[in-house]
Design a protein around this ligand. Structure first.
Ligand SMILES: C[S@@+](CC[C@H](N)C(=O)[O-])C[C@H]1O[C@@H](n2cnc3c(N)ncnc32)[C@H](O)[C@@H]1O
Length: 291
């Protein structure tokens, strides 16, 4: 189901991500040195869901500036990262060179890449995306078919994502938005924000630096609220089996609401007098092997 605006609004989002990515990276100290010395930007939850990646071919969708992609490569995977943002892929390639960690990066709309990959025969053991990827997809069924098409039989799709229930709340953790967005794009005039600066030191494992102050994004952005039923159904309709599904009462790295409580490990929880709500979920879906 392609919703109003369809793929053309991805191009508007591209501009917003270009501006925001530069702001985000401005706060991250010496990322190349951090990765070169064995540092990783991955959290334990996605490491658990991914399982063994060494020796596996891994496609990282919406890889942004490549920090997680290179962290996966450091764990022994052969990784291709793709993202629509010019600035993100420029930075990722530079980070790969400067850190000495090899990976392939392509700047592309993921729908174009999944339906016509540069190496038409390429297939992957694992397709992965995380932390704010699915909310940019205008067509879930098409995405899931593309993901399934990129996997070898027996291959796995893995995601660790912000929970759509968390999107029902405004920045003050007040209930404001519908859970069921049904893929209708929501336009935010203020664009992708500087969530790295807002998250204190939790998204900067290489060290926080001041960088760009009071960032204001000149480009609007369109986001899609997909409920869990739609996400799981899209994967099932594409012929995948759901092997694992988890929900978590905290957010890794990103301070989603102003009044969140920070716990060790870069975990953010609602204030202690607020009921526990799901803030992240994880899926492992397998492409069945024939027979
Ligand atoms: C929140 S970031 C994901 C961060 C990622 N987990 C990481 O490793 O840093 C979302 C990313 O989705 C990308 N994106 C949005 N729409 C896209 C599309 N249609 N095709 C490819 N990438 C897209 C953005 O450019 C942005 O880098």
């Amino acid at each position: 189901m392609t919703k109003p605006g369809g793929q053309s609004i991805h191009e508007v989002n591209r501009l917003s991500w270009n501006a925001a990515t530069a702001a985000h990276n401005s706060h991250k100290h010496d990322q190349a040195g951090f990765l070169r010395q064995g540092g990783s930007t991955l959290f334990p939850e996605e490491i658990d869901l991914l399982g063994e990646v060494s020796g596996r071919r891994l496609l990282h969708l919406q890889c942004n500036a490549g920090q997680d992609t290179l962290s996966l490569a450091s764990r022994g995977a052969t990784v291709t990262g793709i993202d629509i943002s010019d600035e993100a892929i420029r930075f990722a390639r530079q980070l790969s060179t400067e850190s000495g960690i090899p990976a392939t990066f392509d700047r592309t709309d993921l729908y174009d890449w999944l339906e016509a990959p540069p190496d038409g025969d390429a297939r992957f053991d694992i397709v992965f995306c995380s932390y704010g990827a699915i909310c940019w997809l205008s067509d879930l069924e098409r995405w899931a078919r593309g993901v399934a098409g990129m996997l070898i039989p027996g291959g796995r799709f893995v995601t660790l994502e912000f929970h759509p229930a968390s999107m029902m709340y405004n920045e003050r953790l007040e209930l404001e938005y519908s859970y069921f967005g049904n893929g209708v794009p929501q336009k935010w005039e203020d664009g992708v924000d500087d969530y790295v600066a807002a998250s204190e030191d939790c998204l900067t494992p290489s060290g926080y630096q001041d960088g760009i102050a009071a960032f204001s994004n000149p480009h609007p952005v369109h986001e899609f609220q997909w409920h869990l039923g739609a996400i799981l159904s899209a994967l099932l309709n594409a012929g995948m089996h759901i092997a694992q599904f988890h929900e978590y009462p905290f957010s890794n790295g990103a301070r989603l609401f102003e009044n969140m409580r920070k716990e060790p490990g870069g975990r953010w929880f609602p204030p202690s007098d607020f009921p526990a709500i799901p803030l992240m979920y994880g899926i492992v879906a397998e492409k069945p092997a024939p027979g």
